[in-house]
Write a protein of this length. Structure first.
Length: 517
């Protein structure tokens, strides 16, 4: 619009100059010809701009009715208004399409930048990591999303998560699996208060603690130097040390809490099983079982219907938790590419392979391959507004970086920064491949992890009336899906921000994206 105004102003000035030239008494034919040529050139540019602007301000809609298809052209005063209206219309159309389905579209809440307090820090799984010092990042999920930083002396902490552990039957409503860029990264566990009959006992070397402190929930963190740090979930780790530090001979790859036991896979191929009795956790003499080897260790542990799926390179070994013997083996990848992510939902297990844009769905009890989903078309569709070079680069190295199962949906994070959802309820042998839906909000870089958190808030409505009757305020529980990665990008308008002054400024900043599901 500004260019059109400037060209129109130039045309008016040239017209005034032409009129003044006629009044000259000297020879001015050359000047008249020059002015006339310049007028024609300016008028041509003005016509081109007006034509392009007119096309950008129009939007054609096709309406399907019983009488046939009808085309409607909507004209806007400015291209910016047309773009804004089209985005709103597309969102409304998507919500309308999913309103009749079982799973509504997840509602995007906000993006939270996690500033780097030191150079060379990268967020892997709810933790910022650098070579020298560690800082645990915590989000306070209240009416306002807040961020705090706690210093700790743990060395080479790989992962920290706030996901809930399994219940007494060993099942979880929201299971998670995250991609690990290096093998020495373990999923930590939270042991909740209702499962914590006794805290770390006398054999852990902690000394006497109050009864209230013994019943607190704990977080177990595995590190690449073979340590497991156990914290009380309510402790301020800025001023309080870990409850216990358990040293192992090899790096900790994965931690799983199941049936009142903690399973830990190490880099030497062993799985350690920590149990507890009336005296607390037995951290001095855990059970040892050899499932993998030093060259082919167990990198992932997943609870599937009370049994543990152990990923070793391109195969899965199914561990019976009662006999502690491997009772089955599943070949996942024929070319021996290692398994990077696993997630289970209902009677299905979803698995991704290294450097692959495909995910495989297996039946949890028959171990049959139900189908394989190619994510590339859905990702390319979401990247359609991006710059050609960026789109081609992301498509060339596309792979799955994280998986999450939550509320009948499989969430998929990709190296392109695009997040996808797949409905995964009621699948069986012969079921059609479910539709893959792209989420408009994502990351500029890789999606490094996906996790869930439940937050409880009070209902303010009628709060005074309830308090007058001596009743407590009712509580509502919301489930939030959180993704972490480099930068934040709205793929609906990513192409419009290419020349923006702030484009690229936040690309390397760690961001958390929050959805209400």
């Amino acid at each position: 619009m500004k260019e059109i105004e400037q060209l129109t102003e130039d045309c008016n000035k040239l017209q005034q100059i032409s009129e003044l030239t006629v009044s000259l008494r000297c020879q001015h034919q050359v000047l008249e010809d020059t002015i006339r040529d310049l007028q024609r050139e300016i008028q041509r540019q003005l016509n081109d701009r007006q034509s392009n602007d007119s096309q950008l301000s129009q939007l054609e809609l096709t309406l399907n009715s019983p009488t046939g298809a009808q085309t409607m052209t909507v004209v806007f005063s400015k291209p910016e208004k047309r773009t804004q209206w089209e985005e709103t219309f597309t969102d409304a159309k998507q919500k309308l399409a999913t309103s009749v389905e079982k799973h509504p579209t997840p509602e995007f809440i906000s993006s939270v930048p996690i500033r780097k307090t030191r150079a060379v820090m990268v967020m892997l799984d709810n933790i910022s990591i650098e070579d020298a010092a560690q800082q645990l990042k915590k989000l306070q999920l209240n009416n306002k999303t807040q961020q705090s930083t706690d210093e700790d002396d743990t060395d080479n902490v790989q992962l920290e998560s706030s996901s809930s552990s399994d219940d007494s039957e060993g099942e979880n409503s929201c299971d998670k699996s995250t991609n690990n860029q290096t093998p020495a990264q373990s999923d930590p566990i939270v042991i909740p208060q209702h499962q914590q009959q006794d805290s770390i006992g006398s054999n852990s070397g902690l000394g006497d603690e109050s009864e209230n402190n013994q019943n607190q929930s704990t977080m177990w963190l595995g590190t690449e130097d073979g340590c497991i740090h156990v914290y009380n979930c309510t402790d301020n780790i800025r001023i309080k040390k870990n409850k216990i530090k358990i040293q192992h001979v090899s790096a900790v790859y994965s931690i799983l809490y199941l049936d009142n036991r903690v399973f830990v896979s190490l880099a030497n191929g062993d799985i350690l099983i920590y149990t507890r009795d009336v005296n607390g956790w037995n951290t001095t003499s855990p059970l040892h079982i050899s499932v993998g080897t030093v060259t082919e260790p167990v990198t992932k542990l997943l609870n599937v219907a009370g049994k543990i799926w152990c990923s070793i390179q391109g195969i899965i070994k199914v561990l019976n938790t009662s006999s502690l013997h491997v009772e089955n083996q599943i070949q996942i990848s024929n070319d021996s590419k290692p398994i990077t992510n696993m997630a289970t939902l209902s009677n299905c297990v979803w698995i991704s392979i290294q450097n692959s844009a495909h995910i495989k769905c297996f039946h949890s009890t028959s171990y049959d391959l139900l189908f394989e989903v190619n994510l590339a078309p859905s990702v390319n569709k979401m990247l359609s507004n991006c710059d050609d070079i960026i789109r081609q680069h992301k498509a060339a190295c596309l792979r799955v970086t994280s998986l999450l199962a939550c509320k009948d949906l499989i969430w998929v994070g990709t190296s392109a920064g695009v997040l996808l959802t797949i409905p995964a309820q009621g699948l069986c042998q012969g079921s059609p491949i479910p539709a893959v839906t792209g989420i408009p909000h994502g990351h500029t870089g890789h999606v490094r992890f996906l996790t869930t958190v439940e937050t409880t808030s009070l209902i303010d409505e009628n709060a005074k009336r309830l308090s007058m009757h001596g009743k407590t305020k009712p509580e509502i529980t919301k489930t939030l899906v959180i993704s972490g990665g480099d930068g934040y990008e709205d793929f609906r308008s990513s192409g419009n921000n290419t020349m923006s002054e702030i484009a690229g400024r936040e690309d390397s900043t760690n961001h958390l994206l929050l959805w209400d599901v």
